[in-house]
Design a protein around this ligand. Structure first.
Ligand code: PBG
Length: 332
């Protein structure tokens, strides 16, 4: 198809870029604090935080500190927080039983945040890796990740999180059938109003390195996650996964990582028109922070630009470690 734009000089496209006011009128996509979900790392203990070396500015926090951070995030207009537990090697077992303990550190954090900031939506992560001796998202038997046995455990984990007060469950494990199993368990346990944001198109990515550091999984993980997370060369498969997860009862879908996968975000939004989210993961955060710390990039500007681009790609929201910093700038 030929473009229908009239030739120069009748059309001067720069006219619409002339001033901040004209650019504001013409802008198709905007970023607001409403678009942000803030991932936080919670650890055992009291009134303490420890820095994550590969994520400058990010700390693991004890439950009381996470509650304080949640209050601040809520005041900045951030609608949701996502809880990830830090676990030491001693807390990891072959049967991953801590994953569905009502008293694990995630569930403690959920209850404490619900109590202190009831207006804030709380999201969780469902996968066995923080509690698994070998760092995998599922049970391993003779080197194989066992799908169905894992799904049974994920269901127990989901119900424990829902009972603790989680609003949005985030299955990040990539097992087959987990969304349907979790959805029907939520229905029959009186938790039918709990939403599922499925990590639907989650790629086997090298951009998760700093996160595995943050949650204590780097030294635990044996091998890679390529038999369950997606191959970075694939795109059509993401659409099949979205279709499947929606049929099984997901309310929202996610593409992960974010910036290298914006084409997938756009395809998902165009094909399904459902609530679509991207996870700007730890490695993306680390890259931008490293460049900013060297004085090679302007941290505030690349942060806001990167987040706006998710909106342009069709996302309704973004999980990002930049959430409080971005919300602060957007409020000013
Ligand atoms: C684990 C999980 C991972 C992330 C979120 N949930 C890591 C992995 O799959 O190994 C990564 C998040 C990030 O890199 O910021 N199920």
């Amino acid at each position: 198809m030929k473009p229908t734009v009239a030739p120069y000089p009748a059309t001067r496209l720069r006219r619409m870029r002339k001033s901040p006011a004209i650019r504001a009128l013409a802008r198709q996509n905007t970023l607001t604090p409403d678009d942000l979900i803030w991932p936080v790392f919670v650890m055992q203990g009291k009134d303490d935080e420890t820095p994550v070396a590969s994520m400058p500015g990010i700390t693991r926090k004890t439950v009381d500190r996470v509650v304080k951070a949640a209050k601040e995030a809520h005041a900045l207009g951030i609608p949701a927080i996502c809880i990830f537990p830090y676990t030491s090697m001693e807390q990891r077992t072959e049967d991953c039983a801590m994953a569905w303990s009502p008293d694990n550190v995630s569930n403690q954090a959920i209850r404490a945040i619900k109590d202190a900031v009831p207006e804030m939506a709380i999201m969780t992560d469902i996968a066995l890796d923080p509690y698994n001796i070998n760092g995998h998202d599922g049970f391993v038997e003779s080197g194989e990740i066992m799908n169905d046995r894992t799904v049974e455990a994920l269901v127990k984990m989901a119900i424990a999180q829902a009972e603790a007060g989680a609003d949005i469950l985030g299955p990040s494990d990539m097992m087959d059938g987990r969304i349907g199993a979790i959805r029907s368990a939520l229905e029959t346990s009186g938790n039918q109003n709990v939403a599922i944001l499925s990590y639907t198109a989650k790629y086997a990515s090298s951009f998760y390195g700093p996160f595995r550091d943050a949650v204590g999984a780097s030294s635990a993980l044996t091998g890679d996650k390529k038999t369950y997370q997606m191959d970075p060369g694939n795109s059509d498969e993401a659409l099949r996964l979205v279709e499947r997860d929606l049929q099984e009862g997901a309310d929202m879908v996610m593409v992960k990582p974010g910036m290298p996968y914006l084409d997938i975000c756009r395809r998902v939004k165009d094909a399904f028109g459902v609530p679509t989210y991207a996870y700007q993961v730890s490695g993306e955060y680390a890259m931008m922070m490293a460049a900013a710390q060297n004085g090679w990039l302007d941290q505030d500007k690349v942060m806001l630009e990167s987040l706006l681009c998710f909106k342009r790609a069709g996302c309704d929201g973004i999980l990002t470690y930049f959430a409080p910093a971005a919300a602060k700038l957007l409020q000013a």
